[in-house]
Design a protein around this ligand. Structure first.
Ligand SMILES: *Cc1c(COP(=O)(O)O)cnc(C)c1O
Length: 389
């Protein structure tokens, strides 16, 4: 079976893990700041806060911006549930902004319309979480300009987009957002097994997130509210969590980071190969790419035009039966049963729903071969033809 995504680990990665296992520090040691500083430098951010998942990073990012009860957070319905769950963890309410069918990213025009109405209703969100779907950055210049005129914060969910570029800057540089979150789950671009990182240029937000990832506890005398009891002393000054990344994971992340440029090159080359093979077929439409971005191509997604729900399911089943583990990204978040209990229903975000009905994610990962891509494309055509008979 050809999986839809897969990590690439080499001997350097494995040795980095083994060396850390033999070292004095399994967690809370020196590999963490090394990984944080290396990734911050890579993407041009001042600070990186490593945590045990992107989900945790999104949670403490929201908390550090003061998200709480009575606040409103908006994100994209075409994402993994973690993009919106983070707001609910904080007691805030969540709403969605519909997407552009061509890119799967949050629609700036839909955002403009929704903001105009929200301003009239006194319900402008405190935080907007754009998601760089499949690795292609959203139109951050426009989204940032709207944040200035309406006064909301931005957390980029860049779980798909480590190493991607928007115009001349790496995603995570902090030019267009308060905080940017990466995921290092094995299907993502680089992996730490489980893991994530929040990037920011704001020292205060960085300090808050650092405390929140570790119980809200500080050893820093300048942060303390009472006199020290002695050299063992620490203070809990906020209600935090244990969201720490281990040193073993950070060492793996550091080693993986060295290969990030080559992973991205490979993903882009393979995506181009798919694009070329699909260019002759009107009914199979790859995501359109902006000319001013460099995608990290976490996913290779096509829309198969004119198929209904039933055929969509059959198509993915047939592909899997033929050894191609196709997937679908994403079931619109607002259609999840939990979100329906919050009051969302079918029809709320028509583009995300229409997109979902036709979308198929094909395998894409650094070790995928051109021969496999030929097989996948041929197999997809074959399955579509079978369905049409
Ligand atoms: C994978 C993913 C997450 C969650 O990442 P974890 O590291 O598994 O917590 C959040 N948002 C998006 C868009 C993702 O794809």
């Amino acid at each position: 079976m050809i999986p839809y995504g897969r990590q690439h680990l080499d001997d350097d990665d494995i040795n980095a893990v083994l060396d850390t296992l033999k070292s004095d520090w399994l967690t809370q040691g020196p590999a963490i700041p090394r990984f944080e500083e290396a990734l911050a430098q890579y993407c041009g951010a001042s600070f990186g806060i490593a945590v045990n998942s992107a989900t945790s990073a999104l949670h403490i990012a929201c908390l550090s911006l003061g998200v709480g009860e009575g606040d409103i957070v908006w994100t994209s319905p075409n994402s993994f549930v973690a993009s919106s769950n983070c707001a609910l963890y904080c007691g805030a309410s969540i709403d969605f902004v519909d997407i552009d069918l061509e890119t799967g990213n949050m629609s700036v025009s839909a955002l403009k319309v929704k903001l105009k109405q929200a301003k009239i209703d006194g319900a402008v969100p405190k935080v907007l979480i754009p998601v760089h779907f499949a690795g292609q950055p959203c139109d951050m210049e426009q989204i940032h300009a709207l944040s200035e005129s309406y006064g909301f914060h931005i957390i980029e969910d860049a779980s798909h987009a480590v190493g991607a570029k928007y115009k001349d800057d790496y995603v995570g540089c902090g030019k267009y957002a308060d905080i940017c979150v990466f995921s290092f789950h094995p299907v993502k671009i680089i992996t730490t097994m489980e893991g994530g990182m929040a990037m920011t240029n704001n020292a205060e937000l960085a300090e808050k997130m650092r405390m929140l990832r570790s119980h809200g506890v500080t050893n820093d005398p300048t942060m303390m509210t009472e006199e020290s009891h002695g050299p063992w002393y620490y203070q809990q000054v906020d209600l935090g969590f244990n969201y720490r990344m281990t040193d073993v994971e950070a060492a793996l992340g550091l080693s993986q980071l060295k290969k990030l440029p080559s992973f991205l090159e490979k993903r882009n080359t393979l995506a181009q190969q798919y694009d070329e093979l699909f260019s002759a077929h009107d009914n199979i439409v790859p995501l359109s790419q902006r000319s001013d971005v460099y995608s990290s191509y976490h996913l290779y997604v096509v829309q198969v035009l004119g198929i209904d729900n039933n055929k969509h399911a059959q198509l993915v089943s047939q592909l899997r039966a033929k050894g191609v583990f196709a997937h679908v990204h994403y079931i619109p978040i607002h259609l999840q049963p939990y979100y329906k209990t919050l009051g969302f229903s079918a029809g709320d975000f028509p583009n995300a729903e229409r997109y979902y009905e036709q979308a198929i994610t094909l395998p894409l990962f650094p070790d995928l071969t051109f021969q496999q891509i030929d097989y996948i494309v041929t197999t997809l055509h074959l399955c579509i033809n079978n369905l049409q008979q």
